[in-house]
Design a protein around this ligand. Structure first.
Ligand code: SAM
Length: 195
């Protein structure tokens, strides 16, 4: 079980980034997302995507995520440019993950010192500053060694059929009839999911 915790959400400025942390966690193999109370408004967006495109993927909003990180019954990875190189530590993290849940923490604004201290591993995806979304994506891909790309999602009400060009989305609830608004071959269908 892999849980992603997003901390340091700055209301206003980070709304889309926090949503994308959640969508990336879901798409790339994590099982659950913890959001801070300040980011609670993002919960519905991530849950809406899960309702439409499948799960399981749980979103929760603990009152005090930093405290929850300290009490997590499993291994804690904190993604930070100041940590150890991902390639060096991921084999150890991967072997532990089979027996114990893994919590992956990403920041936004300044990350409190306790997070570095609570973490079993402070992990860098390069030592260059970039993005929590990119760091999470690379970390999950290294953790799952690419297998997450073939993940099957249960209880979806729609499913994308990969196309060389254009868009094809079928109704996953009735065996695959086309969804009219999203099936045009010229790529001009409903853009809403690519938010
Ligand atoms: N200024 C913040 C600080 O001092 O901790 C970090 C800001 S950064 C835009 C937001 C988050 O992206 C970080 O908390 C970290 O989780 C992630 N991140 C950015 N660059 C990273 C890297 N090279 N490796 C791992 N995580 C990274």
């Amino acid at each position: 079980r892999v849980v992603v915790c997003r901390i340091g959400h700055r209301p206003g400025r980070d709304e889309r980034t926090t949503t994308h942390v959640g969508l990336t966690a879901r798409a790339l193999g994590a099982d659950a997302l913890w959001l801070e109370p300040a980011a609670a408004g993002r919960r519905a967006t991530v849950e809406d995507i899960t309702d439409r495109f499948g799960g399981p993927f749980e979103v929760s909003v603990p009152d005090d995520p930093i405290r929850r990180i300290g009490r997590f019954d499993g291994r804690v990875v904190h993604l930070t440019m100041y940590g150890e190189p991902v390639a060096d530590v991921v084999p150890d993290i991967r072997s532990g993950q089979r027996e114990r849940p893994l919590l992956v923490v990403v920041g936004g604004g300044k990350v409190p010192r306790q997070v570095y201290d609570h973490a079993d591993h402070n992990v860098a995806v390069t030592s260059q500053p970039h993005s929590e979304i990119a760091a999470l994506a690379v970390f999950l891909d290294r953790l799952f060694e690419g297998r997450e790309l073939d993940r099957r999602f249960a209880d979806a009400d729609r499913r994308v059929i990969p196309q060389e060009a254009g868009k094809r989305v079928v109704d996953a609830t009735d065996g695959g009839s086309p969804r009219s608004a999203e099936t045009d071959a010229d790529g001009n269908g409903n853009q809403a999911e690519e938010s």
